[in-house]
Each structure stands twice: as C-alpha cells, then as structure tokens.
Design a protein around this ligand. Structure first.
Ligand SMILES: Cc1cc2nc3c(=O)[nH]c(=O)nc-3n(C[C@H](O)[C@H](O)[C@H](O)COP(=O)(O)OP(=O)(O)OC[C@H]3O[C@@H](n4cnc5c(N)ncnc54)[C@H](O)[C@@H]3O)c2cc1C
Length: 455
C-alpha cells in the first residue's frame, strides 16, 4: 500500500507543504489534503484580505522556499500587473505587497507543482472539501474522521492555523452589532458611515479594520482599546546584525536580558529595529533557555511590548492612522473589557460607553483551551495530545511531533505553523513557518522512503 500523508488544513501552511512534497516526491506516496474552505492556500490571512490589505513582511522575505528567497518577488513582478496590481511590476525587495497577491502566488505555485507531478508520475494528490472532526490511532497509522467520511493515513500533519475568532470577555446578548469574526465576508458592510465603532484589540488586525472602514467611506469615530493600549511600531531600515543576547543571558532571567538588550541599544551598538530583528534566528533558543518562572514573567509583563516592536506596521498604515487621529476620528486607549452588552441599536462597553458596533480583533485563542474544536477536544480525550506547560498550545517534541498524555511522541502526528505556538515564540508569519516547512518536508519524505524500502 502506498504511504499516505494527510494534511489537515489547506491555508498557507498546508498548501505550501503539499507543494513542497509534490515538487520533491517521486510517486512513492500520496498526499491527502482536507480543507473546508472552497479555495486552497488562503486561510484567514489571505482569504479574508481585501485589496487594500498589505503584507506586514517585505516581499523578499515572503518566499516559502529556502533555495529561492526571491521567488515571490519575481513572481509578483511578472504576474501582479495582469492580476490588477500594475505597481507590482516595479516592486522592490523591501516593498509590502498586497496580501491577496500573495494568496494568488501560493495558489499558482501549488497548481504548477500539481500539474508537474501529474505529468511526471509524481505523488498523487487528493483534496477533500471537508473538515476533520476526529482522529484515532491505528496499528499502521491514523484514521481521520471527516464531517462526511473517513480517511486512513500513515502520517498526519496538523496545519490548522488559528482557532476561529472568539470572545475572551463576557457578553450579554448577541446580534449583528457584535462582530465576533471580522474576517467573515460582508460583516463590515452594515456599519453606517458616521457610526461610532469600538475595536477591541490594538494590533495589526485593528489596522486592517481601519483600512477596510476607510475604504467603505466610514468617517465616524473609532475607539480601539486593549489592556496596554499599545500600537505596533512602524517598519524602517533594519540591518542584519548578530544577536545581542545569547542563551546565557536568557538563563539569568528576563530582567537581566532586558537590561543588557536596552543597554546595547542605548550605547549605540545597534538601532532598536536591527536589535529586535537580530534576535529572530535565536529567539526560540532563548525562549527555551529561560527558566519556566521567567517565561511566565515575560508573558505577563513584556510580551505585549515585544509584540509591538517585533510585528510592525508599514509606514503607509501609520500614515492612515495618523490622518484619522488628526481628524479626531481615531482614539487608541488602554482599557480592559470587563463586560459587554448588546442591544438592538447599540453595544455598551463596561456598562458605560455606547457604540454602534463592536469589532473583535483580540488575539487567537489557544488550540486546546475553551475554544477548542471537535478535532482538538478529541485529541485531548484520546490522550494523543496535551497542552504545553503554559496552556498556550500543544506540548511538542523538537520536530513538532505531538506529545501524548504521558509525554511520549506520537510518531507520525506532526504540527506545522501556528499549532506550534506552545513551543515556539515565533511561529505564525511566513518567515517563521518557512524553516519548519523545509524540515517537515524532509521528515515526511524520509518516513515515506523508509516505508517504501521496507516493502
Ligand atoms: C489577518 C492576518 C494577516 C496576516 N498577515 C501576514 C503577513 O502579512 N505576512 C505573514 O508572513 N504572515 C501573516 N499572517 C500570519 C499568517 O498566520 C501566516 O502567514 C499563515 O497564513 C498561516 O497559515 P496557516 O495555513 O498555518 O493557517 P491558516 O491560514 O489559519 O489556515 C489554516 C487552515 O486550516 C483549516 N482548518 C482548521 N481546522 C481544520 C480541521 N479540523 N479540518 C480541516 N481543516 C481545518 C482552516 O479552514 C484554514 O484554512 C497574518 C495572519 C492574519 C490572521
């Protein structure tokens, strides 16, 4: 029987993995990809994007292929104009291109490799337009329970991205004035031009919402709140520098590492953007070197500040925010949401302030937490997964393999991208998923090879 690899989730991660396997394979295995959305390769980030939403990573860092770092940039220059983005023809390495264009690129590269594999006797590819609702371990692999049928596989990849947006605060009442999932099609269209809007969350999704409201002619006041009221900093020149911290600094704790880091910036050893970006290659090693109590300390006191320096917005986005702020149409505030009530004509925040609509832009929930779906609940119940120490994700082996309830790796059940959140600090954006993708492709190919040799 041919070795079969099932990929659960066909957003960027699942589709890029299928592409890499189709490119590398020699027909000794089959790929089964399960995705409930109609289109592959898009997920929330590129499927929900509107034409004015731009990537928050420059074009030269968005190729998922380590050997072809400029592949996206070259593709965008060649194909962007034909797809309605004439300015893509002159894109440079540091250009922030539209998110939708990136979605087209992933789809195009996937279709090419699928056609190539078909023509050259490469691996078979089968797509299931469905959702995985359960997973069982069997003697020779796994059985996936789909909404409509079942599927047996020797290796399984969880590329399920983030949980569907939920509300991390108490709400009384429901109704269209409460926009829980801001990426659902058409939800912003019902907001009136001069309505007061509350956005909960002040991260990059909030910036996207301001673009979308602006493009719909909205001129009312927008109030964006979060616990710290922090805004993402703005992209600017950043040089490649050696990391300013090492594992020994991390082992001495957060306060020491922070002092050292700030001292280096203050004394001109590096500007802050280069210093922050310079930690990128070692961030997971530093994280693992932090004692557990210090990891908790980082999450409580520093994470919010790290995120706004690390995940920056393009200058054009900052200009839009400044423009609305100058016109009195945008306020960013530090306030905790204690309680929200929803009436037919308005939404009330903390029993005090009224808004026409509330848009939820809070960070995604933990996969095994209260918002867990049937697949994740089933994995927990069957003892095939357990939460990591902090409860923010799965407990994983170094290569992304799930650890079962007793801490043993579940051989052949691997994660990719955001589901690695419990293990890695940086596992959501394309540049972070890229090395995982390359390593996982090799792991899956060697499992398939091994089995082929054994038969
Ligand atoms: C609004 C937004 C903007 C972003 N912008 C950028 C950017 O500019 N640059 C960047 O590098 N990164 C960006 N990111 C980060 C982004 O998460 C990654 O780039 C990438 O899209 C992650 O892809 P993924 O496939 O892992 O997850 P997702 O895109 O979330 O896809 C997961 C897929 O799994 C499917 N799925 C889930 N559960 C099941 C199940 N049980 N059965 C079957 N299928 C299932 C879902 O339907 C979904 O399609 C952005 C993220 C968001 C949310």
């Amino acid at each position: 029987m041919t070795h079969s690899i099932a990929i659960i989730g066909g957003g960027f991660s699942g589709t890029a993995l299928a592409t890499a396997l189709l490119r590398a394979g020699r027909g000794k295995f089959s790929i089964h990809l399960v995705e409930p959305r109609l289109e592959l390769g898009l997920g929330i980030a590129y499927g929900g994007a509107e034409p004015w939403h731009i990537l928050n990573v420059p074009a030269d860092r968005m190729s998922p292929w380590p050997d072809e770092p400029l592949d996206f940039l070259d593709w965008a220059r060649a194909h962007g104009p034909g797809l309605g983005w004439p300015q893509a023809a002159s894109a440079r390495a540091e250009t922030y291109l539209p998110r939708r264009l990136f979605g087209h690129y992933i789809q195009a590269r996937f279709e090419e490799s699928r056609a190539q594999a078909l023509a050259s006797g490469g691996p078979a590819f089968i797509r299931y337009h469905d959702r995985v609702v359960g997973l069982k371990r069997e003697a020779d692999g796994f059985r996936l329970i789909l909404g409509n049928g079942e599927l047996a596989a020797h290796s399984v990849v969880l590329a399920t991205g983030f949980a569907t947006p939920g509300l991390p605060f108490p709400v009384e009442g429901r109704g269209p004035r409460l926009i829980v999932d801001p990426w659902a099609p058409g939800v912003l269209d019902r907001i009136q031009r001069d309505e007061r809007v509350l956005i909960v969350g002040t991260g990059l999704s909030m910036v996207d919402m301001i673009y979308s409201l602006n493009a719909r002619g909205h001129r009312g006041q927008i109030t964006a709140i979060s616990r710290h009221g922090l805004l993402s900093r703005v992209h600017g020149a950043s040089e490649d520098i050696a990391p300013l911290l090492d594992e020994a600094d991390a082992a001495r704790g957060v306060v020491h590492a922070l002092h050292r880091f700030r001292f280096a910036i203050r004394t001109g050893q590096a500007d802050w953007r280069s210093a922050v970006d310079g930690l990128r290659p070692v961030i997971d090693r530093l994280w693992r070197a932090l004692p557990p109590a210090e990891q908790d300390r980082f999450r409580r006191h520093l994470k919010a500040y790290w995120e706004v320096h690390r995940h920056r917005m393009p200058a054009e986005s900052a200009d839009l925010l400044l423009e609305r702020h100058a016109k009195g149409q945008l306020r960013i505030e530090a306030e905790r949401v204690e309680y929200v009530s929803v009436a037919s004509d308005f939404v009330v925040l903390n029993r005090a302030r009224r808004f026409g609509h509330l848009i939820n832009c809070t960070p995604p929930a933990a996969p095994l937490g209260k918002a867990a779906g049937p697949l994740e609940r089933g994995l927990l119940a069957a003892g095939l997964a357990r939460p990591d120490r902090t409860g923010s994700g799965y407990d994983l082996a170094g290569d992304g393999t799930l650890l079962d309830a007793s801490g043993q790796p579940v051989s052949g059940l691997v994660t990719l991208g955001p589901p690695r959140r419990g293990q890695a600090q940086e596992t959501t954006a394309v540049p972070h998923i890229k090395p995982q993708l390359a390593a996982l492709t090799q792991l899956l190919l060697s499992r398939a090879e091994h089995r082929f040799a054994a038969e």
